[in-house]
Design a protein around this ligand. Structure first.
Ligand SMILES: [Zn+2]
Length: 64
């Protein structure tokens, strides 16, 4: 599983999004940034790449 946390990008925010693929996580991060922070990551390749670079692999935990 891959995850992205806003605070890893230097934002004071506890939001965390996860997905099975980098694209899925990035899409969720883009949606979150737009709704919660008024920032459109998809409008800037630099921002999108920055966010993508903050996505990390998370070990699978017990099914919830
Ligand atoms: Zn956030």
């Amino acid at each position: 599983m891959k995850s992205f946390e806003c605070r890893h990008a230097g934002v004071v925010c506890d939001a965390k999004v996860s997905g099975s693929t980098e694209e899925e996580v990035l899409a969720k991060a883009v949606a979150h940034a737009r709704e919660a922070h008024g920032v459109d990551l998809s409008a800037s390749t630099t921002l999108a790449n920055f966010a993508r670079g903050k996505i990390y692999d998370e070990p699978e935990k017990a099914a919830q």
